[in-house]
Design a protein around this ligand. Structure first.
Ligand SMILES: Nc1ncnc2c1ncn2[C@@H]1O[C@H](COP(=O)(O)OP(=O)(O)OP(=O)(O)O)[C@@H](O)[C@H]1O
Ligand SMILES: [Mg+2]
Length: 244
């Protein structure tokens, strides 16, 4: 059973950019029935906007990291960094949890630098990250060492984690998710464009588009069928595209 069981907000009529995001402006009510939830949808469809609002409501820094890593940014909405966070309501079942992590691919570099700064004062801290600076590991290595060393129980909110990972490492990452999923002590909410990741068995997939946010299956996502039909015959696909 997931800990975060429902995410909702009312219609957004407040004059911020949120009212121009079709997937979000009519209000939202998402049930999280499994330990692993994916957000999929076109670029700009609102996935990160919602993910950041959830992360902030959970108490995580939007620069990425857990509750101990609260890095502040300049821009704030009524005490929140995220414009959507003030409207969002989270329901927890059986109980609220405070442990966990928020990570977006593009902020990983900043996060690695921040960990280095802390480790300059206390080198023991690097133990949690595989024993060496995250900057001395490749993007994918450092990402997986974070998972293997840091993630135990909690809620993990990840924005496009696949950006760091080769296809083989995506599979390794899925097996890490599986270990944590099976333990019953972890919940994942992941925005992704990866057609591989969304095949994770038993995951709930929410598709963001013009008409709102609705549940779907991996076979019915564009990420899956477009990638599959392309890889089935790249030459024919590209010939068609480039001659057309
Ligand atoms: N601070 C902001 N001010 C104004 N508009 C914003 C702001 N942040 C995001 N937007 C707009 O909100 C929309 C949703 O952006 P969001 O980052 O949530 O998309 P996304 O689904 O995560 O896309 P991608 O797959 O490319 O990461 C976009 O049109 C974006 O330009
Ligand atoms: Mg995004």
């Amino acid at each position: 059973m997931p800990f975060l069981s429902r995410i909702s907000h009312p219609s957004l009529l407040d004059g911020t950019y949120l009212q121009h995001i079709p997937s979000l402006n009519n209000g939202l009510r998402l049930c999280l029935d499994s330990n692993v939830t994916f957000f999929v949808g076109e670029n700009g469809s609102g996935k990160s906007t919602l993910l950041e609002a959830i992360a902030e409501q959970c108490g995580f820094s939007l620069k990425g990291g857990n509750r101990n890593h609260n890095l502040n940014t300049g821009h704030r909405f009524e005490g929140y960094e995220s414009a959507l966070a003030p409207y969002l309501q989270l329901a927890w079942s059986p109980r609220r949890i405070n442990e966990g992590f928020f990570m977006r691919a593009e902020s990983f570099f900043n996060f690695a630098s921040y960990i280095d700064e802390l480790a300059a004062d206390d080198p023991r801290l690097l133990r949690a990250y595989g024993g060496r600076s995250l900057h001395e590991q490749s993007h994918g290595e450092s990402f997986l060492s974070l998972f293997n060393n840091q993630f135990e129980s909690g809620i993990y909110i990840l924005d496009e984690p696949e950006a760091a990972l080769s296809p083989a490492r995506i599979l390794a990452f899925m097996s890490v998710i599986h270990e944590l999923d099976r333990s019953g002590r972890a919940q994942f909410i992941i925005a992704t464009h990866s057609p591989m990741l969304i095949c994770y068995p038993g995951a709930t997939i929410y598709q963001f588009d013009e008409s709102g946010v609705r549940e779907t299956s991996y076979e019915n996502t564009e990420h899956f069928y477009l990638t599959k039909s392309f890889l089935d015959n790249p030459e024919a696909y590209l010939r068609h595209l480039m001659d057309g």
